[in-house]
Design a protein around this ligand. Structure first.
Ligand SMILES: [Zn+2]
Length: 234
């Protein structure tokens, strides 16, 4: 094979790896953000339940106060009832006391429901906190892995970039420029093999003349269809 072609093939390999690593590095911030979002979501679901627990407790305390004020009223009414000498007033106060007692009964029923609810919320919260702790561990681990991987990729990139410039320095400037233009415009490869007379870049058959020129390996030959530089894989 043409010796410059051999150098270009090595250069192309390094450039392809550089391109691959850059693509991977570009995904790092997105993956980091996704992990942060997972952590925030997990914390938020715990916070929702904590808020719910606080609300239930506040509602329950309010009911307790409602019972308290009614109990005070009943005590006051009972004193009044004890002091009255009028029979109809005694009965009227008796009805009022009964009304307040019924209200207390209703409020206490509600309180009981709230206590059942409070237990449920407490259990849900404990479950959610357990899940959140596990999620935090996993996310912390994944974040550390991501940072390690990111550092490894950066150092690989640095190594490959150095290697690439060393290789490029040994190649004829015009040829290198041709290669770079092709490599940028084609997106995959600037140099491709011919297999059974077919360019593996564009999968078109090349002319017999082109195929023999490539086989001879005396000059740099381009595919007449896609323009990529050809080499003989055989
Ligand atoms: Zn081609």
């Amino acid at each position: 094979m043409h010796s410059e072609l051999e150098q270009l093939l090595i250069l192309q390999d390094r450039e392809q790896r550089i391109r691959q690593i850059r693509t991977e590095i570009e995904t790092v911030p997105l993956r980091r953000k996704s992990l942060e979002a997972q952590l925030a979501a997990s914390r938020a679901s715990v916070e929702v339940l904590k808020q719910r627990a606080r609300q239930v407790e506040m509602d329950r305390k309010k009911l307790e106060l409602d019972v308290g004020t009614r109990a005070e009223t009943i005590a006051r009414l009972k004193t009044q009832q004890y002091q009255t000498r009028k029979n109809d007033e005694f009965q009227a106060i008796g009805h009022e006391i009964e009304r307040y007692e019924n209200e207390i009964q209703k409020i206490e029923d509600e309180e009981l429901e709230l206590m059942v609810l409070a237990d449920k919320v407490k259990a849900d919260l404990a479950e959610e906190e357990k899940k959140a702790a596990a999620a935090k561990d996993s996310i912390t681990r994944q974040t550390a892995d991501l940072e390690d991987k990111s550092k490894a990729l950066e150092s690989q990139l640095q190594g490959l970039t150095t290697e690439r410039s060393e290789l490029a320095g040994k190649i004829d400037e015009d040829l290198l420029a041709r290669f770079e233009r092709l490599f940028q415009s084609k997106g995959d490869a600037a140099i491709v093999a011919i297999e059974h007379g077919v360019c593996t870049g564009c999968h078109m058959k090349v002319t017999t003349a082109t195929a023999s020129q490539v086989k001879a390996g005396k000059e740099i030959v381009n595919c007449e269809n896609c323009g990529r530089i050809l080499y003989d894989a055989a």
